[in-house]
Design a binder for this molecule. Structure first.
Ligand code: N01
Length: 555
């Protein structure tokens, strides 16, 4: 829709919309679609020259989703899920990007997306109750509602390694991979980082490199993905009952239709446990940790699964010293995001691959022609940084977001993010966040989390529209109660036992706060629905007459 004239009083005569959406990933695209269905004027501002969000940028060799492709897709449109064909069990990045473009075309979204538009600031004008959103190109827009669809894994984290800027070869970050082809054949490559991205890129780099050095600080647990071409019978089975399976997926904690064990790992015999772990190892994928109900709650239960995986690593890797370094011992399995790989561990059996343990040989510096770890210099042509993200809050903190009384979001979240339901934060009226901190987001099939959040926001906008409301804002006390609940939920699990990006400890200076909500999709969604059904309990809603305030301000 074209901008309307609601805000023509703007001194800057900035284009004005009912809704400005930041980000054209899966969240932003669906938000635009629903905003249009409500008859609202809306536009998306997007940094990239195309849609896809994290799948636009993470185009490193081997990039692939670790949620099965039949599930890692939108469920809101039956026609879409029936017509789209995934070619593999786990979709590769190019195929996911193709899907994102298909969706953009199918729903005619492109005409309302402003590409190459990085949002630099979003400022709430009190009195007018308007958000002014500005790009780093100096364009200004105004809107009543602003939706941050900026993603949880979209701010690539470049490590602070002395001398990195002096390196004369190429440096590529997996989370910000070039759009043009990259020729890595015959190069001396150094890869830093062994999380999900590193574990995917390393086997591909090894195939191309003259020699690959993998610089590992912390080993990670990984399960073979066992990717394969899409089985047509499996695809047909899904398509025959897509709606029922999507509903069933939403009854499961991660929003993934899967087979989750209900027993304690300690309630079965060692032989039965072994059979179950072997079955899941053979099936492949991150569903491995769904074997027993207490793997992420009880350390003894967890160590049965961790030990099984360590044994597998030792079976695959032929050099026992290398196998030992690759076997994680510093965190419970699953407490950091578990990885899914294709030939990761066996890659270390190749002659052209060397594992460098940064624990015993700390990374000293990068210089013009390579890198020094311990007392050893490694000559390199290319550095691949698989060093992760400033996750969950990183993309938001890159934007100067200013709420009531000139309070910035950065200042408000200095000691850790506070939200109500992950969806809004007090002091920032009419600003919605999709998969924000305090929501299940990264602990789920994120497309489920996105769809549920976006639908909730759209329903909320419809509610506000029919009542002629001007603002909605989370109350400080509702937010406090929610964050307490989020913290307590995490304390009951093993998630807090790992130094992970869930806690933000991978980013120097970031406060260590467990950010996602571990209560699971069904519990979270039930709470969100109840809050809405209860007249948006915990939010202040004000109309022009302000008379709505008393009725809605609860909690
Ligand atoms: O990032 P990470 P990622 N010196 O933070 C190391 C999703 N994802 O991009 O653990 C040396 O997990 C760091 O070491 P350490 C998925 O949710 C999904 O891999 O801090 N090393 C670690 O090894 C995932 O969890 C898919 O000691 C340094 C690595 O870099 C999330 O994205 C694919 C360092 C970072 O690992 C993030 O994964 C890819 C330094 N200065 C990603 N700084 C799929 O769907 C960092 N490291 C399959």
């Amino acid at each position: 829709m074209e901008p309307d004239t609601v805000f023509q009083s703007s001194p800057r005569r900035a284009p004005s919309f009912d809704v400005i959406i930041v980000g054209a990933g899966f969240a932003g695209m669906y938000m635009l679609h629903l905003a249009r269905e409500l008859g609202l004027t809306a536009t998306i501002l997007e940094t990239a020259p195309g849609v896809g969000g994290t799948w636009f940028w993470n185009r490193y060799p081997g990039a692939r989703c670790d949620v099965e492709s039949m599930q890692y897709s939108y469920s809101f449109c039956e026609e879409l899920q029936q017509e789209w064909h995934w070619s593999e069990r786990y979709a590769s990045q190019p195929e996911i990007l193709k899907y994102a473009n298909h969706v953009a075309n199918k729903f005619d979204l492109l005409r309302d997306i402003r590409f190459n538009s990085r949002v630099a600031s979003a400022i709430f004008h009190e009195g007018e109750d308007v958000w002014q959103v500005s790009t780093d190109g100096g364009e200004h827009y105004r809107a009543k509602w602003c939706v941050m669809a900026t993603g949880c894994l979209s701010a690539a984290q470049r490590p602070n390694i002395p001398g990195l800027g002096t390196f004369k070869g190429e440096i590529y970050h997996t989370g910000n991979w070039p759009q043009e082809p990259v020729d890595l054949a015959g190069r001396k490559i150094g890869a830093i980082g062994t999380g999900s991205s590193g574990i995917q890129v390393v086997p591909e780099l090894a195939k191309l490199a003259k020699h690959l050095h993998v610089f590992q600080r912390t080993p990670n647990f990984s399960i073979p993905a066992r990717n394969q071409p899409m089985d047509s019978a499996y695809e047909a089975e899904w398509k025959q009952s897509y709606a029922q399976r999507r509903t069933a997926a939403r009854t499961m904690p991660a929003g993934i239709f899967s087979d989750i064990g209900t027993n304690s790992a300690l309630a079965v015999s060692a032989d039965d446990r072994l059979l179950e772990y072997e079955r899941r190892w053979a099936a492949g994928g991150t569903g491995f940790t769904g074997a027993y109900s207490d793997l992420l709650k009880n350390e003894d239960a967890n160590s049965t699964a961790a030990e099984f995986v360590r044994k597998k690593i030792r079976e695959v890797v032929t050099d026992p010293a290398v196998a030992n370094l690759l076997a994680p011992v510093d965190h419970p399995i699953g407490s950091k995001r578990i990885c899914a790989d294709t030939n990761y561990f066996s890659t270390f059996n190749r002659q052209n691959v060397t594992l460098v343990d940064l624990r015993s040989n700390p990374l000293q510096e990068v210089s013009e022609n390579g890198l020094t770890a311990g007392s050893q210099f490694y000559e390199l042509d290319t550095l691949v940084l698989a060093t992760g993200f400033d996750a969950i809050t990183g993309a938001l903190s890159k934007i100067e977001i200013v709420g009531r009384q000139a309070l910035t979001l950065k200042e408000k979240w200095r000691d850790g993010p506070n939200t109500y339901l992950g969806l809004m934060t007090s002091g920032f009226p009419n600003l919605f966040i999709v998969t924000g901190p305090g929501s299940p987001s990264v602990l789920t099939n994120v497309i489920v989390a996105i769809e549920d959040n976006v639908k909730w926001i759209a329903d909320c906008l419809a509610y506000l529209k029919t009542r002629g409301a001007e603002t909605i804002e989370a109350t400080a006390s509702a937010e406090e109660g929610w964050m307490e609940h989020v913290g307590q939920a995490a304390e009951g699990t093993l998630y807090t036992k790992a130094k992970s990006w869930y806690l933000g400890v991978n980013v120097p200076g970031k406060p260590a706060v467990f950010m996602p909500y571990v209560g699971g999709v069904p519990t979270y969604q039930k709470i969100c629905e109840e809050v809405a059904a209860d007249g948006y309990r915990g939010f202040v809603i004000e109309g022009r007459s302000k008379s709505l305030r008393a009725r809605q301000a609860v909690g």
